[in-house]
Design a binder for this molecule. Sequence first.
Ligand SMILES: Nc1ncnc2c1ncn2[C@@H]1O[C@H](COP(=O)(O)OP(=O)(O)OP(=O)(O)O)[C@@H](O)[C@H]1O
Ligand SMILES: [Mg+2]
Length: 865
Amino acid sequence: MGWPGWSKRSYEKPPLPEDFWNLTAERAAGLLSAGLDGLSDAEAASRARRYGPNDAAQIRRAPLWLQYIARFKNPLVLILLAASAVAAATGETTSFVIIAVVIILSVTLDFVQEVRAENAVDALRKSVAITARTRRRGEWIEIPAAALVPGDLVEIKAGDLIPADGLLTEARDLYITQAILTGEPYPAEKRAAPLPAPVTSPGGADNAGFLGTSVVSGVGHLLVCRTGRATMLGGLAKELGNRAPATAFEGGIRHFGLLIMRLTALLVLFVLLVNGLLGRPLLESFLFAVALAVGLTPELLPMVTTVTLSHGALRLARRRVIVKHLPALHNLGAMDLLCTDKTGTLTEAQVRVERAVDADGNPSARALTLAWINSHFCTGIRSPLDAAILASPCPSKPEDLVKLDEVPFDFERRCMSILAMARGSETTLFVKGAPENVLRRCSAVEAGDGSARPLDPALRTRLGETFDKLSAEGLRALAVAYRPMPAGHRAVTAADETDLVFVGFVAFIDPPKQEAAAIIRELAQARVAVKVLTGDNEHVTRHLCESLGLPMRGILTGEEVAKLTDEALFFRAAETDLFCRLSPQQKTRVVLSLRRAGHVVGFLGDGINDAPALHAADIGISVDSAADVAKEAADLILLEHDLEPVRAAVEEGRRSFENILKYILMGTSSNFGNMFSMAGATLFLPFLPMLPVQVLVNNLLYDFSELGIPFDRVDPVALTRPQRWDMRFVQRFMWVLGPVSSLFDFLTFFLLLHLFGAGEALFQTGWFVESMLTQTMVVLLIRTRGNPFANPPDPVLAATVFAAAAIALALPFTPLGGWLGMVALPAPLLAAIAGLAAVYFLAVETVKRFLWRRLALSEPRPRRF
Ligand SMILES: Nc1ncnc2c1ncn2[C@@H]1O[C@H](COP(=O)(O)OP(=O)(O)OP(=O)(O)O)[C@@H](O)[C@H]1O
Ligand SMILES: [Mg+2]
C-alpha cells in the first residue's frame, strides 16, 4: 500500500488572478512570462519543478525510504517493538534483537514485493496516458498531458479532453461540454475573444477551457494558465476526495479484515486475562499476546492483493490489454454481462462507401458529392463514416466553395450540417445524418433532373422502402439533403435544419468480423452474456448478428427505451440482447438497469457517445485509439479493438480473484486454527506454549511460504464462471477448518506432554515444528479445490512452501534454534509428528472437498444461457 499524500510538498501557484478568464490571452501570457508560441524545453522543465505535475489528483508518492519507514507505523509492530525494548532494558537483549530482526525482515519482504509490483503497473498505465499536442521550441509535439506547464500552448480538437485550465487563443466552431464542472449538459460555444464583461464563475467564461471538460466539435488553441491541483477540477478533486468507489471484492476484503481484527482482539484479551489470573510474568505474557496478534493479522493481504493484481495486469499487457485501475480486475473476474458496441467489435471497422442512390434507388453521384462536401468541411468529431466518404472519389469536387459555418454532429440529433457559399454567393446548407432524423426534417425531394418535388406521404413510403432495402443488405446508410439559404446568411444553428430537400442515401459496408461469433460463444460458455448496445439502426444490427450466426434474443430501440419507465426497462432489458438507436444517455440507462438487476456489467465502447456508459458500468473497457473522454472513463484499455482480449482479461480477473481467495482461505483456516490453539493452550499449560519470538519466527516462515501464491496456477473450474466475493463461504471455511486444525494441535499437545513427557523447551520446539509443517503443507492442499496432485502448484510456490517447511525442520538442530530457545527433537518425536501430520492432511483434504462441493451445489443458477 502506498501512503498517499504522505509528503505534502506544495507547489507554487501561477502568477494569475483566480478569475484568469477576465484577462486577455496576451495579458495572461505576459503575466506568465510566456509568449503565444509555446515554451522552450528548458523553460518547461523549470516550470514543471516550480508548478508541479499537471495531475488533478496528485497522489504523490513519498520517497522510497520514507515509504519504507512508514511501514513500521503499524500499531501492532510498534507495540511489539516497544514491549521487546522494555524486555531488553530488563536484560533480555536476545529477544529484542530477534524481534527487531524478524520485523525488519517481514516488512522488507512485503515492501520490496509491493513496490516492484506497483512500479510495473505504473509503467503500463503511463503507456496509455492521455497526451496533448503542445508547442515546444516552435514545433508541435505530442507530450503526456501530465507534463504540461503554465505558459504552454496546446492544440485541442473534437473528442479531446481539455488537458488544463487556460485561455483560448484560437477557436473554430469550438463547442465544449462542461457538465463535469457546471452540471450543464449542453455544450457551450467557445470563442477566442475577450469577454464583453467580467464574469465571476467559470461557467460563463466563453473564452476559456477547463481541465476535464470535453471538446464536442471544432478546433482551437489553448494557452495553459493553470495545471494540476491549481485547476478548477483540481479544486473539486480536493473537496470530493479522489478515491474511486471500492469494488465488491475490496469491500469483502475489508469486511474480512474487520472480522479477523475482532477475533484477534478477543483472543488477545483472553490470553492476557488467563495469564494474569494464573500469575504468569506480565511482560512475557504481554509479548506473547502481541505476537499472537501479529500471527493472526493477515498482514500479507495488501501485498498479496497488489502483487496478484499487478501480476495479472502484466500478463494481460502481453495480450495487449492495459489495466488502468488495478481493482477493476476484481470486477472483471466477477463480470457476468458484457455490453458492447458494434463497430470494431462485431465488424472489421473498415467502413467504405458501397454506393450512393437517389430516392428511387438509382445510382446518384450528386448524393455522394453533397456527402463529400459535408464531410470535407467538418471540424467536429470525424466518424469512420466521414473517413469512408472522404476516401472514396468525389464525383464532382466543387472548386470554389467557402465554408461559412457548421452545426456539429451530436448523438441526439444524429445529423450534422455545413453552411457553405459558392462563388456566385449562392449559400447552401449541406446536411447528412441518420435517415430517420434527416427525413423528419425534409419537405421536398430532388428529382433526377435537379428539380424538387414535395415530399408527400407516398414518396415518404417509397423512401422508407429504399432505405429498408439497403438495410436488408446489411448496408449502413446516411441520408443526404440540402437547403438553399438566403444570400448573406453566415451563421446557422440546429434550428435551420428544416425544410430540407432530400437528395439520396450513401450506403456503407463494414464487413462482419467472423471471429467475433466464436468468441461470443466462448464468453457464453464462461457465463458472460453479451448484449449489443449501439447507436446504429436495428435492421443493420440484426442483419450483422444474423450473418455472424449470433443467437440474439429480443430487440429494443432508443425510441422504445425512452417510453419505458425504469421499472419496465428493468424487466425488458433482461430479455433483450440488441439495443439499437440508443443515445448516449440511453446507453447509460440500460447499463444501470442491468446493474440494478444484480449483474456485474462491463461496457466496451470507443466513442464520445460511450463515455457516460463507460462510467456507469462496473468495468469500462475502451481502446487505445478511442476518444480521450472514452479512454479516460475506462478502467481497461485494449490496444486492439477486439473481443478476444476481453475474453483473456475476464480469465485473468478470475485467476487473480482465485489466488487472493486462496490466501484468505489459508489465513482463516490453518493459521487461525493455530493461533486459536495457542491461546487455548495457555489455559492448562504451566508455561507458554511457544515463546513470543518463536511465534514471530513461525509467522515469518509462514508468510514466506505464501510468497508464491500470486503466481500460482488456478483450477480450471475457477475460470469457468464469474467469481463473486462470498463472505458466507469464507466464514464457513473458517469455522469448519479452523477447529479441525485445532483438534490436531491439541492431539500434538497431548502427545508431547504425555507420551514424550516434554518440558518447556521440548514442548515449544515440538509444537513449533508441527505447526509449521502443517501450516505450510496445508497451503498446498487449500490452493486447489480438488486433488492437489492433479493440479500441481506453480514452481515458485512449491519452492517457497518446501523451503519454509525445511527451515522449520532444521532450525531446532542449529545454533540459531538454540538462540530461539529450541532444542533438538528426538527421532521418535519427529516420526510421531510426521504421522500426525499425515492424518491431518487427509482430514483437511476431505473437509475442503466437502466444503467446495457444498458451495458448488448451493450456487445460484446463472440467469442466462
Ligand atoms: N459523421 C456523421 N455524420 C452524420 N451522421 C452520423 C455521423 N456519425 C454517425 N452518424 C449517425 O449517427 C448514428 C449513430 O452513430 P454511430 O453508429 O457511430 O453510433 P455508435 O453507438 O457509436 O455505433 P457503434 O455501436 O457501431 O459504435 C449512425 O448510425 C449515423 O446514422
Ligand atoms: Mg461507436
